[in-house]
Each structure stands twice: as C-alpha cells, then as structure tokens.
Design a binder for this molecule. Structure first.
Ligand SMILES: C[S@@+](CC[C@H](N)C(=O)[O-])C[C@H]1O[C@@H](n2cnc3c(N)ncnc32)[C@H](O)[C@@H]1O
Length: 364
C-alpha cells in the first residue's frame, strides 16, 4: 500500500504523511498479532498509549460567518472614533458602545465521531483521514454558497467513519454511505446514530450499505423473503440500488493508495456512472510520495496510476466520439475553499478532483 507504510519502509520514505503509531500501548501490542499498524494524522485530544475506538468532536459552522467575530460576549467599552478620539454626548458623558453578542457557538455544529487512532491496513476505514475533512470543507462550501446539494441523492464510496455523508445529510434527501467489512460498517452506522441530531430536522434518509469495489456494481441484493434478523444489516434492496443509480453526486476521500484497489474502484465507477442519472464524482486524495528503488527517486506511484484513468475534457471534446467512453477529470483549486472544519491541518498535498464519465457526445 503506497504511502501508508510499514516500519521498514518508513525508513526510506521521505514523507511523514502516515506512520506507524508511536503511541501503540504494550497491551495492544501483546493482544495484536505482528501486523503493521498505520495511523492518520487526525487524532484529536487522544491520550498517549491509547488503543481502540476514540470519540472526537469535529466542529463546523452551519452557515457562512462574518470574517471578524467578536471574541467576548457583552463587553462594554469606551467608544473611540477612527482617529482615536473619545466620543462624548451633548452632556459630556462618555458614549459607550455595547458589543454585539457573540453568536459563534450558536452558528457552529459539533459532530461526535467514533474512530480508531491506529489500525491495520484492512481496517483503515476505522480512522478519519485528512482528505475526508478537506472534502467536507468542499461540500460545506457548496452548501453555504449555493443550493446545489439541497434535496439530492448522494453516495459516498469508502466512507469509513461516515463523517462527510453525515454533514451532507443536513441538506440532501438521501445519502448512501458505502464501504466494506462489518467492523467498518458498524462503526459508520454508530456515527450516524451518534449524530442523528444534526440532520433529524431535514428528514434525510441515510443508508449504510456494503459496496465492495472488488465485487463491483451492482451490489448483491437481499431477498425480501428474509426477516430483518436474517438479513445482513448492510445489504441493499432493489429499490435502494435503483435510487443509488439515480444519485447525482458521488464522493470519495482517501481511496487512492493501492493500484489494485484503484482499478477496482474505477471499474465500479464505470458501471455506476453509466447507469441512471448523470453523476459527478468529487474525489479527495493525499498525494503520497514514496522512495522507489526502481526509480531511485521519490515518486507518487499511486497518484500516477490514478491519473492514468483521467483524460482532459477539452481534449476529449476535440477527439469526439472516438475517445469515448472515458473519465474526464479536473483539479479543484483548494485555495478557493475556506477551511470550515477546524480540527485538521490541510496540507498542500491534498487534492480534490471533479470526475465525470462521458459515454456519448450528448453527455458533454
Ligand atoms: C484511507 S480510508 C478512507 C476512509 C474515509 N473516506 C476517510 O477519508 O476518512 C480508505 C477507505 O476505503 C475503503 N476500502 C478499501 N478497499 C475497499 C473495497 N474493496 N471496497 C470498498 N471500500 C474499500 C476502506 O474500508 C476505507 O474506508
């Protein structure tokens, strides 16, 4: 797995983007087999030597806030004009101005997210990764500056803890949070439950569902004849599959780290995006550099492989039908997107891509 590296690889890796947990406790180490652990950089207020699920609080505004918020509430101060002269009334009394009440807290929303601080590679979805938070900023920006997400159906691939989809559920009609493996899906469902207050007024439906890219699209469908106890909790039914195919928005964060998985992901996307409504995918990634013995240089292998799937829309247009079907991708300028979620460092190696699947000239 490029970029998320084991201890030995870490020595030759030029980045500190991901590392083995220095805080793994002896107890954990004894309990676990000698499997490599990986760690995202998102571990808020977690005590040292912590192991297992941790609750973190992520804060984001619920609307665009004025640039300058007053820090104190109800502070009374003397009124100076811009030349620094004290303002007095007709009787020579000092004019006092009462600062506006600080509404900062009421404009903020706090999410509780259960996540692990470290995990083995197959369980990276138990952690929160920075690309998810950057994509949350992107979606929040869209929510604050337009109504394009209002009432939509959206699907997140590799949703992990579900943080992004839960934010989107404030305005969307239906959100599918998809991933694979029961532990990750259970954790995601737990986070939906913990944060139901965030979207309860919006009557949004959130479905946590299994979507394994290796098995591609469509996912297996559960028989309606089974009782709810007999059915696997995260199995789709036919109408959900149909609804997901009519989603207009797809999201995916930090899903580019293994070439095999990238192939499986794009194979799933190719089928999902060619069915039902036309869709746009926003994919956030961390561009990870590793030292390659083959190249004797630091290279972003996973990233190059990802890019090999994308064509430039303009070039595609010029080539016409001969180049279709294909994925076209466009990088988003993240300097235009304010950081709304406070609890992470948005590093310059984070990118967001807008990706469409063009199957005919009419989809241009
Ligand atoms: C690095 S984590 C990112 C999780 C989350 N999006 C975030 O950024 O916090 C990669 C995600 O891809 C999921 N994933 C890996 N292989 C998958 C597969 N074959 N099918 C579906 N999801 C997969 C993992 O379970 C995990 O949730």
């Amino acid at each position: 797995m490029e970029g998320i590296m084991g201890e030995e690889e870490k020595v030759i890796n030029h980045t500190t983007i991901k590392s083995l947990s220095p805080s793994k406790s002896r107890d954990c180490m004894e309990e676990e087999e000698e499997e490599d652990e990986v760690m995202s950089e998102v571990h808020l207020g977690c005590p040292p030597n912590f192991c297992g699920p941790h609750l973190s609080y992520f804060t984001f505004p619920t609307s665009l806030q004025p640039q300058q918020q007053e820090e104190e509430e109800n502070v009374v101060q003397g009124s100076l004009n811009c030349q620094g002269i004290i303002n007095l009334d007709e009787d020579g009394d000092l004019l006092l101005t009462r600062r506006k009440r600080n509404n900062k807290s009421s404009n903020n929303c706090q999410m509780t997210i259960q996540h692990n601080i470290t995990s083995t590679l197959p369980s990276v979805g138990l952690q929160v990764w920075r690309a998810e938070l950057a994509l949350a900023d992107f979606v929040l920006h869209g929510m604050f500056t337009s109504n394009k997400y209002d009432g939509i159906t959206a699907l997140e691939l590799g949703a992990g803890t579900g943080l992004l989809g839960i934010i989107l559920a404030r305005v969307a009609k239906t959100v599918f949070l998809t991933d694979h493996g029961e532990d990750i899906l259970n954790n995601c469902a737990m986070n939906v439950h913990l944060n139901s207050k965030i979207f309860e007024n919006h009557q949004t439906s959130i479905f946590v569902r299994e979507l394994d890219w290796i098995k591609s699209w469509p996912p297996s469908v559960g028989s309606d004849l089974l009782t709810s106890q007999e059915r696997y909790k995260y199995l789709w039914n036919l109408s959900e599959v149909e609804e997901a195919e009519n989603a207009s928005l797809l999201l995916a964060a930090d899903v580019i780290y293994s070439d095999d998985l990238t192939d499986a992901l794009f194979n799933t996307l190719r089928i999902l995006m060619s069915r039902g409504s036309s869709k746009v995918l926003y994919l956030a990634l961390e561009k990870r550099y590793n030292f390659s013995l083959n190249d004797l240089d630091t290279v972003a292998n996973g990233y190059s492989h990802f890019q090999s799937y994308l064509q430039d829309e303009e070039e595609c247009r010029q080539l016409g039908n001969g180049s279709l079907p294909c994925f076209v991708g466009k990088g988003i300028d993240l300097t235009d997107i304010p950081q709304y979620v406070r609890e992470y460092d948005r590093e310059s190696n984070i990118e967001i891509w807008q990706i469409k699947y063009l199957s005919s000239v009419s989809t241009y």
